[in-house]
Design a protein around this ligand. Structure first.
Ligand code: ATP
Ligand code: MG
Length: 199
């Protein structure tokens, strides 16, 4: 049954009081660590949405894409060209392409050096470490080192980490964690990756 107008208004007044109290309570600022994980679609694209927001305020952002073969993507075409963005594609495909663990490890570690530079650069308001979780799960990077580098970044720098199966140490460190659930994906119905949607 739908609410009467009076009931609806009463509920909205109560809701507003709760929301206002929560907003009044949240008064702090700091660089946040966000982890976007889970099997559903929407992790990297959410991170790139935050890059767009960051640029909208005139701040700078840095992006490191791990675990990508050199595929042309819409995000790189657009955001990679924006002033105020540094865009690094790190790693040459990894595991299933290279099938060479030593090469993967050294590629991951070279990539992490670039990430470390961004994590020391206080001019970057936001750093995105896209698909980082795989490098930790495969043991290509030392999780303790990664967590130490994250912990010692500039105090006002936000970091977004994406990838499936984020390790517990990252979840523990993070300020915000979202696990995106896979309910349905067009790929399983035979749809190829669509420009603008998937890449
Ligand atoms: P997106 O970049 O679209 O936000 P994502 O970062 O959440 O996706 P990834 O695991 O990085 O997901 O996968 C990247 C690509 O794989 C995208 O083209 C995405 O549409 C596709 N993909 C993501 N999740 C699934 C899934 N559950 N089944 C099939 N394909 C998927
Ligand atoms: Mg992704």
């Amino acid at each position: 049954m739908t609410d009467s107008r009076a009931q609806h208004q009463k509920r909205m007044v109560r809701k507003k009081a709760v929301v206002d109290a929560a907003i009044a309570h949240a008064t702090q600022d700091k660089g946040l660590l966000l982890v976007l994980t889970g099997n559903g679609k929407g992790k990297s694209s959410s991170a790139f949405g935050m890059v767009a927001r960051t640029l909208g305020y005139g701040y700078k952002a840095g992006v490191a894409q791990f675990l990508k073969s050199r595929r042309d993507t819409g995000e790189e075409r657009f955001l990679g060209d924006q002033p105020g963005v540094q865009w690094h594609v790190l790693g040459d495909g990894f595991t299933w392409d290279t099938q060479n663990r030593e090469a993967d490890v050294s590629s991951a570690q070279r990539g992490w050096v670039v990430a470390q530079q961004m994590l020391r650069d206080a001019s970057l308001h936001l750093v995105v470490l896209d698909e980082l979780t795989y490098l930790l799960n495969y043991g290509y990077l030392d999780a303790q080192q990664v967590c130490a580098d994250l912990a010692s970044r500039p105090g006002n720098q936000h970091v977004v980490i994406t990838g499936r199966a984020a390790p517990q140490c990252l979840l523990d460190m993070a300020d915000t964690v979202s696990e995106i659930q896979d309910i349905k994906h067009a790929f399983r119905a035979g749809m190829r990756a669509q420009p603008g949607i998937d890449l």
